[in-house]
Design a binder for this molecule. Structure first.
Ligand SMILES: NC(=O)c1ccc[n+]([C@@H]2O[C@H](COP(=O)([O-])OP(=O)(O)OC[C@H]3O[C@@H](n4cnc5c(N)ncnc54)[C@H](OP(=O)(O)O)[C@@H]3O)[C@@H](O)[C@H]2O)c1
Length: 277
């Protein structure tokens, strides 16, 4: 997929001066994709702030990574669906000048059919997958744009492009994350902040069990290490959109090109002839 040339990022500086490596705040870092990002970024020499609810799991990961990678790691337990707890994470993103990259990864699935999903479960999913992602990006963006560099990685999903998969609310939250990332890339990119949306397909993590999926009906899965390594290859190329399972990247370019071709039409003040009474 095409690199977005708007995105200038100080990776050359970072490689030449290890002291300049920014710290990275990763949400959903207790397991799965987030814990794998923590492992990879620690091995690249970045200090980390790990956020999730399970403090003990994050402490165990932090202890291992401090020993193996020699980086400094803070554990910041928080339930991102609780206003009082996300506030502490927002404050950290606003105030800690060492943090230059946010990995907005915490998220959940929601099993069952739409007609069987409760309003409370839907609200909880939207609060985690949409509200928390947006609030954390909003907390860090002013500081990153003021200093003219940094990055926000948002974990979306191919489900956000595929209503056919029958996960309507989950997919809608992930379409939101994709759109938000595209919009923020346009808004923040010219000010030196790189925004990446990562769209995994089915990846072997605890997400499926947590969402109540039936083991017997699970699709074939990508290994989480392969997923994160591919996502980081996209990050290193400064791709705006990274879809690790999509082998023919030109399909995304064609899709996005078709969307952009519609834009001039949205300025028409007369209804299209096909809607003539
Ligand atoms: N696995 C897939 O097939 C797949 C495919 C496409 C996209 N994704 C996306 O990838 C991201 C990571 O998913 P995963 O597969 O790694 O899932 P996972 O293994 O279930 O991990 C989810 C992470 O989010 C944290 N989390 C959940 N609820 C939270 C809350 N209320 N507050 C704070 N942290 C919370 C969990 O930690 P605690 O329980 O300790 O809080 C955990 O660290 C999600 O956004 C997901 O939608 C996954």
């Amino acid at each position: 997929m095409k690199r977005d040339d708007h995105h200038e990022y100080s990776d050359e500086l970072e490689k030449s001066n290890p002291m300049s490596k920014p710290a990275i705040l990763i949400t959903g870092a207790s397991t799965g994709i987030g814990a794998t990002y923590a492992d990879r970024f620690a091995r690249r020499g970045h200090d980390l702030v790990l956020v999730a609810r399970d403090a003990a799991r994050m402490e165990a990961l932090a202890t291992r990574l401090r020993a193996e990678a020699g980086v400094s790691i803070d554990v910041l337990p928080a339930d991102l669906t609780r206003a009082d707890e996300i506030a502490a994470v927002e404050a950290r993103l606003r105030e800690d000048d060492r943090i230059g990259i946010l990995v907005n990864n915490a998220g959940a699935g929601l099993g069952g059919r739409f007609i069987d999903q409760s309003a409370d479960a839907i609200t909880q999913l939207i609060t985690l997958n949409m509200t928390s992602v947006t609030r954390l990006a909003s907390a860090v963006a002013p500081r990153l744009t003021a200093r003219g560099d940094g990055a926000i990685i948002n974990i979306s999903s191919v489900v956000g492009l595929a209503p056919e998969l029958g996960m309507s609310v989950y997919g809608a939250t992930k379409a939101f994350v994709l759109f938000l990332s595209q919009g923020l890339a346009l808004e923040l990119g010219p000010q030196g902040v790189y925004v990446q949306a990562v769209l995994p397909a089915a990846t072997r993590t605890e997400l499926w069990g947590r969402a109540g999926a039936d083991e017997a009906t699970l699709p074939p899965m990508m290994d989480v290490n392969d997923l994160v390594d591919a996502a980081l290859a996209g990050f290193d190329k400064r791709e705006g959109i990274t879809i690790p399972p999509l082998h023919d990247g030109s399909l995304w370019d064609a899709f996005n090109g078709a969307r952009q071709a519609m834009l001039p039409g949205f300025g028409q003040t007369q209804p299209a002839p096909r809607y003539a009474a």
